[in-house]
Design a protein around this ligand. Sequence first.
Ligand SMILES: Cc1cc2nc3c(=O)[nH]c(=O)nc-3n(C[C@H](O)[C@H](O)[C@H](O)COP(=O)(O)O)c2cc1C
Length: 485
Amino acid sequence: MASAGAAARRQTYKGLRGWLDTVEKLGELERVSGAHWDVEMGAITHMLTEKSRGQAPAILFDDAPGYPRGFRTLYGQLSSIKRIALTLGLPLDYDRKVDIVRRYHARMQEMKTLPPRYVNDGPVFENVIDGDAIDVLKFPVPRHHEADKARFIGTACCVITKDPDLGWYNLGAYRSQVYDGKTVGCQITEGKHGRIHRDKYFARGEPMKVVILCGQDPLLFMLSSSPLPEVSEYDIAGGLRGEPLDVVRGPFTGFPIPADCEIAIEGETVPGQARPEGPFGEWMGYYSDDTQERPYVNVKTILHRNDPILTCAPQHKPVDETGLLKGIAGAAQIWRALDACGIPDVLGVWNHEAGPATRFTAIQIRQRYPGHARQALHVACACQGGAYAGKWTVVVDDDIDAGDLDAVLWAMCTRFDPNVDVDLVQKAWASKRDPLYLPGNFNNRILVDACIPYDMKLKGTFPPVVDVSANLRSRLRTKFPKLFH
Ligand SMILES: Cc1cc2nc3c(=O)[nH]c(=O)nc-3n(C[C@H](O)[C@H](O)[C@H](O)COP(=O)(O)O)c2cc1C
């Protein structure tokens, strides 16, 4: 929860353009003119983000060589806690990083989902392109990393698919390579909702229709890249906003498309049609993804606003522009699972940015009974929000801030016995982006109990911590205000 010390500033915005206006007023928007789509945009974002410790700006690129002014790209949307809070409609300032996860988790629990509202028109219809005129390279689609072999239009994107059995629409951020103006890729990992949908269509020998949004409200991107249950991200976005999203029907797919989105690509993917996809610099920080034959999308329609903004999030060696976004989204889901399993006294969950995503998760609990810590570890590692590609899960006591890596490391170095405080989980859900994934695409992972052994805690035999007490801290702050402003 936002502390008393932090002002509970909350702000709302409308659509990506309203979001950009607000971010500019907050002083968190960098405008860059003249960067080339060929690796310069991606590299600038990498360099501005890598050592920024959550303070990197959002970067709006314009005047890309060979493209009309106004055809922009936007990188680093969610690389500061303030911008994530703005996007989620939460107070903007926090003393501890885990407090935004607590707020987000609480908001997700209390809100009621709201399905989108269909409207007949919207700015996305300002340009409707089909037939021979289709060309996705009319936008300054970047080649993001120096060893990428192609330009990727879908990175900070939302791929919309429809469950053929249940009829619900999923939005997932799945990367999209450009093969030519009319053909793009769509790399969906096993187990992701879009992949389950596609597998169902293909098993019946049917093509799958798809919409790829490549410029939209950052809230939709955040939800698309979050490990959420089988509920449409549209309905969750409406619930978080407190009002339904306005959508139009795509001319080819009939799918709901945000009326104010920047770029929407409609198409279909056909069983048996596949092309080599990749390589692409990936989220674990390596070019670890082998080039493979993967299904692709035949583009049928392009819809876009005038002066469109192509949103991008290519990811790099951590800490990158998606470290906070993935960490916070996953941590809120882990917290939800811990609550749902009845684990008491969870005080914090944080996925450390350098992990990245859920590779290093810290859970902070107030120990209540023997085995409490181990129980929290196993749930956090196995629940849907934490299961994909995890590596380290660590549990710490209530006096250790889960979001403070120094504190977590201190607990691991002083409250942990390698002989008894480790559990290993084998053959878990892995990612091929992991350079050490096992044959069959499994991975092994480690659970670390860095809590004070419960019997020592009960008996009071664990040594006291060398610290400055809360009373003395507060007295000194009052006495020497200039030292501690
Ligand atoms: C910038 C970014 C790019 C991503 N690219 C991919 C991708 O290419 N393929 C994939 O399967 N998951 C990718 N992910 C992860 C998924 O978006 C994430 O697992 C999400 O939960 C998927 O949605 P789903 O749970 O509805 O399937 C990406 C995440 C981010 C933040």
